[in-house]
Design a protein around this ligand. Structure first.
Ligand code: PXP
Length: 245
């Protein structure tokens, strides 16, 4: 089981000023040096965080697994099949959402994926991971499409408030992981995982391959890094005070 770091939020911060920093590619390098097995980026239709130039630089520099997360539009498929990352993770995307809100509506997209989407990745030799809800019917549909992997949507588990709801979501995730494994699919997972909900998840859900985490890592980095940074700058000011009238 390996950790893949989603670096989209570094680009969100960079874009707030558009002055080049913080650079998501630098974030990818730091993450890999710290033990991440790979990097995930989501190139959205509206380019709200990662931009095309970031994606190509990541392709040049990431040494581990590079996962291109995307909606299966013709535009994205064209970029992805040219770039040839190790994996393409296909997700639903709507302009209004703040983040990916759920797994693919598998019943609705099945025919389009079978006829238009999957063949184009096959031709390019890029393995597909489908972001799906932990639903046995959706797992079965993914298997019938002949893709390599599913990424189980852990967001509902992460957002569960009561213990009953949390346990029900863990049960659904465990059952989905077992059926995906039995169907020959690689089992990935992600969305909303953090330092408090990861352990129960790992304890209950088997056959996990890649775990993709973004938001919680960037948040934790802030709280672990901010005090250090403020101390560093305050120290510079304190030393300079000696020379100021
Ligand atoms: N997996 C998928 C398919 C996602 O869309 C996201 C969010 O971009 C993640 C994993 C990571 O989720 P989070 O940022 O909540 O850790």
């Amino acid at each position: 089981m390996e950790l893949l770091v989603n670096i989209d939020h570094i680009a969100t911060l960079r874009n707030a000023r558009d002055e080049g920093v913080p650079d998501p590619v630098h974030g990818a390098r730091v993450s890999e040096e710290a033990g991440a097995a790979g990097i995930v980026f989501h190139l959205r239709e509206d380019r709200r965080h990662i931009r095309d130039a970031d994606a190509w630089r990541l392709k040049e520099t990431v040494t581990g697994t590079l996962v291109f997360e995307m909606a299966a539009t013709d535009e994205m498929i064209a970029i992805c099949t040219r770039m040839k990352p190790q994996v393409a993770t296909l997700v639903p995307e709507s302009r209004q959402e703040r983040t990916t809100e759920g797994g693919l509506p598998m019943a609705r997209v099945f025919d389009d994926y079978r006829d238009r989407v999957v063949p184009r990745f096959r031709e390019a030799g890029i393995p597909i991971s489908l972001f799906v809800n932990p639903d046995p019917h959706d797992i079965e549909r993914a298997a019938r499409l002949g893709v390599e992997a599913v990424e189980l949507h852990t967001g509902t588990y992460a957002q569960a408030v009561t213990e009953t709801d949390r346990q029900r979501e863990l049960d659904r995730l465990r059952e989905a992981a077992v059926s995906a494994h039995q169907a020959g699919l690689i089992v990935n997972a992600g969305h909303g995982l953090d330092f408090s909900n990861i352990r129960p998840f790992l304890a209950e859900v088997p056959y996990l391959h890649d775990i993709s985490i973004g938001h919680a890592l960037i948040t934790d980095a802030l709280w672990n890094g901010l005090a250090h940074s403020v101390r560093r700058m305050a120290d510079i000011l304190a030393k300079a005070r000696a020379f100021h009238p």
